[in-house]
Design a protein. Structure first.
Length: 151
């Protein structure tokens, strides 16, 4: 048996067992002093999964809010793009209407100028005719007065 204790592997195992026994003895012997801290640590460790679940839930909520905000941003960008396209179309229509109004005003001015020229011509023609008839009457009257004086 003396050779059995000389085996270095057995000695190392015996040494490790003695050390482990000593630490177990010390742990259990002084356990009441460290029991509250150990219990609190175990309690905190057991509460970690609920905190992790809460963090995961908060992360999911934040991610959902982020995705919702991205969706709203995309919709807003789409609305802005459609408003810009509509605005461009309205600007083109406005320019077309403005050129139409300008053409209509020019046509109205031309019509008014032509109407004024026609009125001026008519008044001149009426004046010439009235003058012609008055001149004829004056000539006839003068001829009658001469014929009565001479004859």
């Amino acid at each position: 048996m003396n050779g059995f204790f000389r085996n270095t592997a057995f000695r190392a195992a015996l040494k490790q067992a003695a050390t482990l026994s000593f630490f177990c003895f010390m742990f259990f012997f002084f356990a009441p002093v460290a029991k509250a801290g150990l219990w609190d640590n175990l309690k905190q460790f057991s509460e970690l999964p609920s905190e992790v679940n809460e963090l995961k839930q908060n992360y999911r909520q934040t991610l959902d809010n982020y995705n919702e905000t991205l969706t709203k941003l995309d919709q807003a960008n789409e609305s802005i793009r459609s408003y810009r396209e509509e605005n461009d179309k309205l600007i083109e229509q406005n320019e077309a209407l403005a050129s139409m109004v300008l053409e209509l005003r020019q046509a109205e001015q031309t019509r008014e100028e032509n109407a004024r020229k026609v009125r001026s011509f008519l008044f001149a023609a009426i004046g010439v005719l009235a003058g012609y008839f008055m001149l004829l009457r004056a000539i006839r009257f003068a001829m009658r007065v001469r014929t009565r004086q001479h004859g």
